[in-house]
Write a protein that binds this ligand. Structure first.
Ligand SMILES: [Mg+2]
Length: 371
């Protein structure tokens, strides 16, 4: 089999705000082959930058567009394809958007591998260790503590056993920070786990103070309180925090995840397949298992990323919970025919069809495609 075409599809809602909501736009990767199999991937990055990296013309041997590097290769030789992309992006894209673009291609290559073998991806990865995961409902904080209380009530009523609140006004001042978490707990009730995603707002000592203040609300974890580069701060915070610390969504390379786990001493590592690819997510998850660090997906995009996350997590020995993005965007809910509803115990199931096991809604692509 040979790759015949690699294209980027940039989708965007008519209005995009400054909220930290990754479902307002996206970049899909489509790979076609000479045997009729088509693979789809999705990237969580700056969509038009990723599209440029896919489509860039040849500059020279180690500065080439990823499509140029891939066309003509056998998509089943997945590691060879990854090496060809690393070579092409050597000068401009070893990390950041270059790495993210390769992640989207990696998902699409796994989709092809599954379809060509008529097997779900998790089987090709040696799974499943589990076929369903407890879903945590992932939303943003309300603009006020009162609005957060209402959001917590509304989402607890949907049947989730855990809800994460992220970003928004967190970090503006101490009393507001504490009020946001207090109202999240009050709205969710005592039987629902609440998770706090601070959004990179503090230094490690302030984060430690907040971790102690949030302890009385029995939070499941405190996520990304520090800037991603502050690995030393994560180490100090994790050692002293009375609540578990989670991070890792900002990383895309295996070596960076490994450093964050070893030096940041996290309780939870959070790879996003739309930034690191399925292959790296599984490698990171297996390292986490050996290090007795827990692993969970980060996913705040469409059903493509949700499916990629489910397959990868099913191939890791100790997956338990799952980030289930509930942002109210058609790009989250209408890009795949499969909607990944939770069951009556609040669990989400790994898709069973070949490859990712999702069906792409071409009408949704046509409606929101801008590039
Ligand atoms: Mg986060």
């Amino acid at each position: 089999m040979k790759i015949t075409d690699v294209t980027a599809h940039v989708l965007r809602l008519p209005e995009v705000t400054a909220d930290c909501d990754g479902t307002q736009d996206t970049c899909l990767i489509r790979i076609d082959t000479d045997e009729g199999f088509t693979g789809w991937g999705e990237v969580d990055s700056a969509p038009t930058v990723v599209a440029a990296i896919i489509e860039a013309p040849l500059s020279h041997q180690i500065a080439n567009g990823l499509a140029n590097a891939l066309v003509g290769l056998d998509p089943m030789a997945l590691d060879v394809c990854m090496a060809a992309m690393a070579q092409a992006a050597n000068y401009y894209g070893r990390t950041g958007a270059g790495s993210h673009a390769m992640a989207g291609v990696n998902i699409a290559l796994w989709d092809i591998a599954g379809k060509a073998n008529d097997r779900p991806i998790y089987e090709l990865l040696g799974g499943p260790h589990k076929k369903r995961f407890r879903a945590y409902c992932s939303i943003l904080f309300g603009d006020t503590p009162e609005a957060t209380y209402e959001l917590a009530r509304k989402h607890a009523d949907l049947g989730f056993t855990a809800i994460k609140f992220g970003w928004g006004p967190m970090g503006q001042n101490e009393s507001l920070d504490v009020a946001l978490v207090r109202e999240a707990r009050r709205g969710a009730g005592i039987d629902v786990d609440i998770l706090v995603d601070a959004g990179q707002v503090w230094d490690w000592k302030t984060a430690l103070t907040r971790a102690r203040q949030f302890q009385e609300f029995n939070i499941f974890w405190l996520e990304e309180p520090l800037h991603p580069e502050d690995v030393a701060g994560y180490g100090l915070l994790s050692d002293a925090s009375p609540v578990p610390i989670a991070a890792g969504e900002a990383e895309s390379r295996y070596v960076d995840f490994e450093r964050l786990m070893r030096e940041g001493r996290l309780d939870w590592i959070q790879p996003d397949p739309g930034r690191c690819g399925i292959s790296t997510m599984v490698e990171v998850g297996r390292l986490a298992h050996r290090m007795h660090t827990r692993v969970v997906n980060h996913s705040f995009k469409s059903g493509i990323t949700i499916s990629a996350s489910l397959h990868a997590l099913a191939a890791v020995p100790h997956g338990e919970i799952f980030e289930f993005c509930m942002a109210d965007s058609p790009l989250r809910h209408e890009l795949t025919r499969e909607r990944f509803d939770i069951d009556d115990e609040g669990f989400v199931h790994v898709p069973e069809g070949p490859g990712l096991g999702v069906t792409i809604e071409q009408d949704t692509i046509a409606k929101y495609r801008v590039g």
